[in-house]
Design a binder for this molecule. Sequence first.
Ligand code: F6P
Length: 320
Amino acid sequence: MAKKIGVITSGGDAPGMNAAVRAIVRRGISLGYHMIGIRKGFKGLLEDDFTTLTSRSVSRTINFGGTILHTARCPETRTVSGMNRAVKTIKDLDLKGVVIIGGDGSLAAGNELVKHGIKVINIPASIDNDIFGTDETIGYDTALNTAVEAIDKIRDTATSHERIFVVEIMGREHGFLAMDVGIASGCEFIVVPEVKTNMNSMVNELKLGKERGKTSQIIAFAEGAGSSWEFAKKIEDMTGLEVRVSILGYIQRGGRPTARTRMLASQFGNLAVELLHAGKSNLLVILSNGKISSVPIAKIINREKKFDKEKYTLLKNLSI
Ligand code: F6P
């Protein structure tokens, strides 16, 4: 039986990917495996770009954002020839299985590998926290903290000038990150794709807020909800109040992973290798109700994570 395991970080990087790679490499080595790092996501499989990983290769990486293996978006995995090439590389390398750390796109590519007889365990990693089946993804808590810290700073200048701010938060077509950022940073409003915004009522609330003595009002605006610039302009036109836009952008993807992110990544990585070692495949490791476990990919692929509307109303109640 082959004693080699491959590890890939794929799609958008997320803080904590290194902590996961570290856990995978060290647990793999402790179980007697030779560990292979595939570089630049699935591209590495198409370009034969891989390297041996030792316990020392992952020393002093737990505290760094990004991914030491590098990553890429790789549309070629959606083509028959691209997938065949990826499968050939894995077979030539004689890997017992592959651990894929990434988001939705990576799950889909992993699922295709499985159809070609490759053993795959997936680890959810994305700042968007949008993967069905897991309460949390690697990187989400770090991005949340980064955005909250940024909004704390924006609040200082917003208050000094008595301005309204529209702060754009990443999350692709989902508002999971924006909602939690909004609640944790005490924003007055959240605009997310999952909930229709009533402009008239928001404008009234903004005016009322001003009358009630609010010196700043911040709207956490999910990037998937449209153009933050157009939204801000509308608010300015409808209220006559001064509105500024701040797009947090890629700073949300970088930086030192929080302790929570590192813990989650370490636990996910450890379990992923143990599952492969036990001969399992086609699973996603998850956090559910405080417990780390795994679910079959078939149960989660192409399913939409539910948006917590109850949590959404919390902000409304607390922003008076
Ligand atoms: O999925 C993570 C994410 O950062 C999203 O929040 C964002 O919409 C997207 O990736 C940006 O993608 P790219 O790195 O390809 O610009």
